[in-house]
Design a binder for this molecule. Structure first.
Ligand code: SAM
Length: 244
């Protein structure tokens, strides 16, 4: 069932059940009261990533804190999409964008990967998680994608999960169209790997191409920015072997 796109959607960590009360912190209270100017009795949708989506009503409100009364379930909980998006982190601004797009495009897990040419070493996982929740609120998903701790390129491949196909976007591919390679993918469990702005090193590319669980794909004749590549790759994957 598609999400209701007219009502405001808010993520809360609390359990959700008919009649329960959910106190909101100062940030969310401020957002509803002052940004959205919601009055007492106003209705919105809430989700916590576990109990599905629930209709909620603004109960008591003071400037500092608000309380929601949970009314009824509007959508049952959805499973997390089984698509792991592996990416070399980018500079903060672009990283926010990349994370939000990955969630909108259907990633279930975000796996930062430190490759040879990755510019950013320290990654704010909390910031990534906040972007994931904001994207989830906006695009109407109910299962909140997981953000994993960053892994080094070699250990990611060494510990690779059985029966999961890794689709690797290879900017040095000889052809342009990804569909022939994607059509050969049999696995239902999928992962996608996009390199950093500096691209993969020759060694990394060779290591990937030699692995039996890896499928290299081109993304057209032009070199895309990493965040553009992520959206393009997710689109072709979802449209051919994913959940579109
Ligand atoms: N430094 C690389 C170069 O100049 O050739 C460009 C890297 S690109 C900015 C970042 C990542 O996006 C690449 O590592 C690759 O995963 C993906 N990508 C970009 N353009 C692509 C294309 N035409 N085909 C396949 N992957 C592409």
């Amino acid at each position: 069932m598609r999400a209701n796109y007219t009502m405001q959607r808010l993520f809360v960590p609390d359990d959700l059940a008919a009649g329960s009360s959910v106190p909101l912190g100062p940030e969310q209270s401020h957002y509803l009261a002052n940004v959205l100017r919601m009055a007492q009795g106003a209705r919105l949708l809430t989700f916590n990533g576990r109990d599905g989506e629930w209709l909620a009503e603004l109960a008591a409100r003071t400037k500092k804190s608000m309380t929601l009364t949970i009314v009824e379930q509007t959508r049952p909980q959805h499973p997390l999409p089984d698509l792991i998006y592996c990416f070399a982190p980018l500079k903060v601004g672009r990283l926010d964008y990349l994370v939000q797009k990955a969630v909108e495009m259907g990633a279930g897990v975000l796996q930062p990967v430190i490759t040879q040419h990755t510019q950013l070493s320290r990654i704010g996982t909390d910031r990534l998680r906040a972007n994931v929740i904001e994207a989830a609120e906006q695009c109407g998903i109910l299962a909140v994608p997981e953000v994993r701790e960053a892994q080094k390129f070699s250990s990611l491949l060494a510990d690779w999960e059985q029966h999961r196909r890794l689709i690797f976007c290879d900017e040095s591919a000889e052809t342009n169209n990804p569909l022939p390679a994607l059509k050969l993918v049999q696995e239902k469990k999928l992962a996608l790997l996009v390199g950093p702005e500096g691209g993969f090193s020759e060694g990394e590319r060779k290591q990937l191409r030699d692995l039996p669980f890896v499928t290299a794909i081109p993304l057209g004749p032009r070199i895309l920015r990493a965040d553009t590549a992520a959206v393009a790759a997710m689109a072709v994957i979802q449209a051919t072997i994913g959940d579109w």
